[in-house]
Design a protein around this ligand. Structure first.
Ligand SMILES: [Zn+2]
Length: 64
């Protein structure tokens, strides 16, 4: 991934470029990016919950 790739914070749904992410977390060999430590902590507490939401399409990318 490049420094300006767009990513999605699975906890709050915020989109940002990777170099604006305040926290990262590797889970199941995938790197997740977060807007801040609050979202990171929430994700760490229950990663599967957020990954399931993403799979179900409940966390959506905004149309650009
Ligand atoms: Zn967030």
């Amino acid at each position: 991934m490049g420094e300006n790739d767009l990513i999605l914070d699975l906890v709050c749904g915020m989109q940002m470029v990777t170099d604006k992410a305040k926290a990262t977390y590797t889970y199941n060999e995938r790197v997740f990016y977060f807007c801040g430590m609050g979202c990171l902590e929430r994700f760490k507490n229950d990663p599967e919950k957020y990954i399931e939401r993403e799979k179900e399409g409940r966390i959506k990318w905004e149309e650009t």
